[in-house]
Structures are given as structure tokens and as C-alpha cells.
Design a protein around this ligand. Structure first.
Ligand SMILES: Cc1ncc(C[n+]2csc(CCOP(=O)(O)OP(=O)(O)O)c2C)c(N)n1
Ligand SMILES: [Mg+2]
Length: 670
């Protein structure tokens, strides 16, 4: 193991750990140093693939920050996360196997160096996206708060991450709600190749002050300073104090990544920091307290032997089997049978907006782990009045958030990983753009990247709907964007009863579900099903039987398709209408079965034509259904332009039953 020799500036010694603790902390730091030095060599030798970012030189901040943490406490980490995971208690053996991309790795070889996670040990993930772990920490902290636990979350991030919007949203929210989080910034002076002065106009302390966060600055190379500061901070947070921003000044000895040409810093700067080697500082302190050098050599030798054995075991371990790909995307969900409820002519009716509220109410009542968060969903009762009355019953579980969609999605991801059942609201589907990372890279992928370890049962409710001159930023039907991401379930109901049954099923589902309502339908009435009504996810429904053509549709367009089918029936054309209900995963068998019967297929949707879900369904038909097709597959959808404001233009832009009717007439004429 490489440590500095020669004179060492140990710094002030006011903060002291008991000698036994200091020895234990030294052992942990030595384990990280040895692990990473071996990884550096193994990476250069081609045995570890991908990218590797090492934290050699930063061991005291990782070990010190985790010093007061128990297994049930949580950390979130970043791309430079080996030290954090080892400090929190992950064994080096499975972690080394993970870096070797082995089946025995912590994450079955699906994560790798940048994405190690073990939620059972409170390690909610290293993360390849700068600052993404910070909003997730907020979710984990909210779960602690809702469960009235005394646990704490430590969110590790670098100085560079402080420039990310995700950091600001999460810091603002945590400070506002006084969540039990330590924002632990390892300030190593650089973000990739850029020095901190080129990244931030104000010192980090000023950032903390901007959110009213307590700020503590520590010498990140002094294990005693970090561990004692964190022990005090964590104890106060356990007792109910609000979040704290800790800046640990430190330095990474290696490049940003292994192989970095390191043109942005001088050898002198590096060697000055190496003189303040955290391991040597600890050794000097231990020697000053009478610990023999032989005892430290013994620890070093034990650590080296353990890492050597971990490397050897990883080399011998099997590679992951291809089956792990499919099995890691979605968690198996409890089977829900298609309900056999038939509405009676004189039965009760309700509106779609009632269906949403009743489904939320039903799940809140059924499961104390369900919480609802979003802009104005609590006291405000939601802009569409969808959560009205719920806050009065469950004030703790109906959370009005600031307008911070990334932080809100982080509440869902972190809360779900902690085992809660978050239901968060994205007011308009168009606002996806400001929080996409938490959906695309976090919610959708964390189960996969952790080899199935991360729980991700969350629901994102949102709405869209053209036809009311809402303009191009408040109308979009973006389901294709979401359906393209493996790991997400995308649901778009078309009736009040389905809205109720699918939303309850979505909240119970162990996977991330995007539940897309159509606001033009909030006032639409339909038969009211029994309270225990559940509709299976991933199952399409034939909502009208026919023999001449199949129209596959979703959301409000199903109603347009049904109206078209009714008019066509009068002309002697028999149309079968399929309501997808769930867009992804797509119910392929139901579509193919219908196509085999009608031999003609048309897809109608509100998302623009190009690269829309119709393209996927058309591809299915021409490949798997090729021999059953008697005509080209057709699509009815808006042209590929943003939706217009002018009512006359929007009317032409948005398809309706007449467009579907004309298209079917052409289809059957082939
Ligand atoms: C959102 C995002 N932008 C850019 C990157 C590329 N990137 C990876 S690490 C990094 C620098 C991060 O610096 P800092 O937060 O200080 O952490 P450090 O590497 O110094 O530990 C960058 C720009 C990324 N992974 N994610
Ligand atoms: Mg940095």
C-alpha cells in the first residue's frame, strides 16, 4: 500500500476519537486505500472494464462521515463511491466481484464501479449522474420522517455537484421540511478537469446560507476531525435538528478517472496534498498515543491479504448469465385477474376526477406506506381538485412541495427504495423535461442496475390532453418517450372505471408506473365499479368486437375510435376496438389475436405520428402478424408539429372520430 513518507502536518488535534476507535477507523481507511490501489492496477491491466473513478486521498472523509452511522441509516453516493460503500459497511469481496463484472458481485455485474448499491445496508447507490443521489436522499429522509424513525441520511457529493439543479431543489426541500439529511460535500478542488474557482461564484458556505442550512467545514483528511464533527451532527439530527451542509476539504490523488492525463494540475500541488495523507495523519496520531508501529503493520498486512483474496475470488467467479438481463428490469408483480364486473344500466356513475380521488383515498386508507407529494396536492387539493379532502384526513401523507419536480421525483425514488409507496404528481406531462433524469436514469434503471436489489414501487401521476388551446407546452402526449425506456410501466386509462382500477393497481405495483390521465376526460362520466375494483396492468382490452378492421387506441382516442366504429357500423363496416390501457409493457398477444381475426390494423393516438407508439405497434404487425395482414397498417395521429394555440389550427391538428372513420374506410377499401 502506498502511503506518504517524511514529515506530516497532522493539523490540530482538538477533535479526538478514543484510541480503539481511531485504530478501527484506520483499518477501514486502509481497506479503502488497498482496495482502490488494487483496482487501479487491475483496471490498467484490463481486468476491470468500464470507467473507474478512485477516491485515494479522500479516505478520511468517507470513513469519518459514516462513522456514526448504523446499518439502518442511509447513504447516497456518487461516481467516486467505492470508499463510501466500504465505509458504510459493504464487504470488499462482493464489491470487487462487481468491479470484475461477476455474477457474485454486489449487483450481479449489472452496476459496476459507478453504480454499486446495497439498499439492505442503507447504501442507496453510487450514481453515474452528478447530483442525482441528492434528491434520492431527500426521499429516503422523508421515509424516515413518515415512519417516525431516528435514522439519518448522509448524501455524498462533490464540489462540482453543487452547480447542479438537482442539488438546489433537494437542498431547498430538505431545509424547508427539516429532513434528517447531512449534505456531505467532498470538496476535492476539482470537477473533472475544472478547478472549483471556475465553477462557483461564491464559497460553498454561501450556498448553504442561501437555504438556511447550518454549515460546518471540516478538514477532510483528518479522520478524527471528520468523525467527531459527524458524530455530533448526526446525534443532533437524530434528535430532530434539521439538515446540515458539511464541507470536507480533501483531494484525490489519482486523476478524475483512471487514465486521465491530468493536464489541469501541477505535480507540486499533488505532492503538497500527499503530505497530508489521511492514513499517515492517523498513524502519527496513533503513534503519539503509544500504538506500536508493528500493530499498524499488522493491520496493513491483514487488509492486504483480504483484498488479495477478494481479487482472487473475483477472478474465479462466474460471469453473469444472459437471463439476468430480462429478470432484473421489472419486479414480479402480484397477479391481478381481469375483473368480471359488468355495469348495470341503472347503476351508479362517477366522473374520472372522482375515480382518481377515490383510488388515492382507497390506497391511502389501505396502506400506511402510501404518501402523495406534488405541487398543491395537499392543502390546495390539486389544480384539478383531484386530491380535495384528502389532506384533512392524512395531513402527514399529503405533501405540498415547492415547484421542484426533480426533488419531487427524488422523493419518489428514495422513498420507494426505503420501502414506501410514493404517489407523486407531475402537474403536466410536459413538465417531464425538468425532472427527466430521476425518471429515466433513476426510477427506471435502479432495480436493474442493482441486480434487482432496489425496491422501486412508485407511481407518478400526471395528465395531458390537447383540444383546449393550452399551447405547445401544456398539451403534449409524450407516452412514446416514456414507453421507450425499459423499466417503466406507462398507463393511460380511457374510462372512469379503468382510471380507478388501474390507479389502485399502479400504486400496489412494485415497479415505477407513469399514470397518464387525460384532462379533457376529468369531467367524463361512466359506471362506477365496486370499491375493491382492480384492473391488471399490462393488459389491453377489446372494448368493441368487430371483424373488418382493428383500431388500437389509448386514452381519450379510444372514445373517438368507439364513436367512429359506431358510425361505421351504420355503413356496414364492423370495427374491433382495442383499448391498450397500458402502453408499456405492450400487450402484444391481444393486438395480434385481433389482427388475425380482422386482417386490417389502424392505430390512433394523440402523440404526434412520427416515432409514436403507432410505429411500434405497426412494427409488431408487419413482423409477427405479417401473414395475417390484408392491407397496409395505418396510423391516425397529429402531424409532427408542436400543438398549436389557435383553436382552428388545433382542431385540424388533433385527430377525432371523423379522421378515424375516414382512415378505416380507406383501410377496408384496400
Ligand atoms: C449530469 C452529469 N453531468 C456530467 C457528468 C460527467 N461528470 C462525471 S463526474 C464529473 C465531475 C464531478 O465533480 P465533483 O462533483 O466535484 O466530484 P469529483 O469527481 O470531484 O469527486 C462530471 C462533470 C455526469 N456524470 N453527470
Ligand atoms: Mg470535485
Amino acid at each position: 500500500m502506498r502511503v506518504t513518507t517524511g514529515p506530516v502536518a497532522t493539523g490540530p488535534t482538538a477533535a479526538r476519537l478514543p484510541t480503539d476507535s481511531l485504530l478501527a477507523a484506520y483499518r477501514r481507511m486502509a481497506l479503502i486505500r488497498e482496495f482502490e490501489e488494487r483496482v487501479s492496477g487491475l483496471y490498467r491491466g484490463g481486468e476491470v472494464p468500464g470507467f473507474v473513478h478512485l477516491s485515494i486521498g479522500q479516505e478520511a472523509s468517507a470513513v469519518g462521515a459514516c462513522w456514526p452511522l448504523a446499518v439502518a441509516d442511509v447513504i447516497t453516493s456518487n461516481h467516486r463511491g467505492h470508499g463510501h460503500c466500504l465505509a458504510k459497511g459493504l464487504a470488499p469481496e462482493p464489491m470487487m466481484a462487481e468491479l470484475f463484472a461477476r455474477a457474485t458481485g454486489t449487483n450481479k455485474g449489472l452496476g459496476g464501479s459507478m453504480h454499486i448499491a446495497d439498499p439492505d445496508l442503507g447504501i442507496f447507490g453510487a450514481n453515474g449522474i452528478v447530483a442525482a443521489g441528492v434528491p434520492i436522499a431527500g426521499g429516503a429522509a422523508l421515509a424516515i420522517r413518515l415512519r417516525k424513525q431516528r435514522n439519518v441520511v448522509v448524501s455524498f457529493f462533490g464540489d462540482g455537484a453543487v452547480a447542479q439543479g438537482a442539488f438546489h431543489e433537494a437542498a431547498n426541500l430538505a431545509a424547508l421540511w427539516k429532513l434528517p439529511v447531512v449534505f456531505f460535500c467532498e470538496n476535492n478542488g476539482y470537477a473533472e478537469f475544472s478547478p472549483i474557482a471556475d465553477q462557483h461564484p461564491v464559497p460553498l458556505a454561501a450556498r448553504a446560507a442561501g437555504y438556511g442550512l447550518e454549515f460546518v467545514s471540516v478538514d477532510g483528511n483528518d479522520i478524527e476531525a471528520v468523525a467527531t464533527a459527524m458524530t455530533g451532527i448526526v446525534a443532533r439530527i437524530r434528535d430532530g435538528a434539521g439538515p446540515v451542509f458539511v464541507e470536507a476539504a480533501t483531494y484525490r490523488w489519482h486523476g478524475h478517472y483512471e487514465g486521465d492525463p491530468e493536464k489541469y494540475r501541477t505535480k507540486d500541488e499533488l505532492s503538497q496534498w500527499q503530505e497530508r495523507d489521511p492514513l499517515v495523519i492517523a498513524r502519527a496520531r496513533l503513534a503519539g498515543r503509544g500504538v506500536e508501529a508493528a500493530a499498524l503493520r499488522q493491520i496493513d498486512a491483514e487488509v492486504a491479504a483480504r483484498i488479495e483474496a477478494a481479487v482472487e475470488a473475483a477472478r474465479q467467479a462466474p460471469q453473469p448469465d444472459i437471463a439476468v438481463l430480462r429478470s432484473s428490469v421489472y419486479a414480479p408483480a402480484p397477479v391481478i385477474a381481469e375483473p368480471d364486473w359488468q355495469p348495470s344500466a341503472d347503476g351508479e356513475t362517477f366522473r374520472t376526477m372522482d375515480a382518481v380521488r377515490l383510488a388515492l383515498e382507497g390506497e391511502l386508507a389501505a396502506d400506511p406506506d402510501v404518501f402523495i407529494a406534488g405541487v398543491d396536492v395537499g392543502k390546495g387539493g390539486n389544480v384539478f381538485a383531484l386530491t380535495r379532502g384528502l389532506y384533512a384526513r392524512w395531513p402527514e401523507r399529503l405533501l405540498d412541495t415547492p415547484i421542484s419536480e426533480t426533488a419531487v421525483m427524488g422523493l419518489a425514488v428514495g422513498g420507494a427504495m426505503a420501502g414506501m409507496k410514493p404517489v407523486v404528481e407531475l402537474m403536466y406531462l410536459d413538465f417531464l423535461g425538468v425532472c427527466f433524469d430521476q425518471i429515466l436514469n433513476q426510477a427506471a434503471k435502479l432495480r436493474f442496475m442493482t441486480g434487482g436489489k432496489a425496491r422501486m414501487g412508485l407511481t407518478i401521476r400526471t395528465q395531458f390532453g390537447g383540444g383546449r388551446s393550452s399551447g405547445a407546452q401544456h398539451s403534449q402526449s409524450l407516452e412514446a418517450l416514456l414507453a421507450h425506456i425499459p423499466g417503466l410501466t406507462v398507463v393511460m386509462p380511457s374510462t372512469p372505471a379503468d382510471t380507478y382500477g388501474l390507479l389502485r393497481a399502479a400504486i400496489r405495483d412494485p415497479n415505477p408506473v407513469i399514470f397518464i390521465e387525460n384532462r379533457q376526460q376529468y369531467g367524463a362520466k361512466g359506471p362506477k365499479p365496486p370499491a375493491d375494483y382492480l384492473v391488471p396492468l399490462g393488459k389491453a382490452k377489446v372494448v368493441r368486437q368487430g371483424t373488418d378492421a382493428t383500431v388500437v387506441s389509448v386514452s381519450r382516442m379510444v372514445q373517438e375510435a368507439l364513436a367512429a366504429a359506431e358510425s361505421l357500423a351504420a355503413k356496414g363496416i364492423s370495427v374491433e376496438v382495442i383499448d391498450l390501457r397500458t402502453v408499456a409493457p405492450l400487450d402484444r398477444p391481444t393486438i395480434l389475436e385481433s389482427l388475425a381475426k380482422t386482417n386490417r390494423l389502424l392505430i390512433a393516438h394523440e402523440g404526434v405520428t412520427d416515432f409514436g407508439i403507432g410505429a411500434e405497434i405497426a412494427a409488431l404487425a408487419v413482423y409477427e402478424g405479417f401473414w395475417t395482414l390484408d392491407a397496409p397498417v395505418m396510423r391516425v395521429a397529429p402531424p409532427p408539429t408542436p400543438s398549436p394555440y389557435a383553436p382552428n389550427l388545433e382542431k385540424q391538428w388533433l385527430p377525432d372520430s371523423h379522421d378515424i372513420q375516414r382512415a378505416v374506410e380507406r383501410l377496408v377499401a384496400f
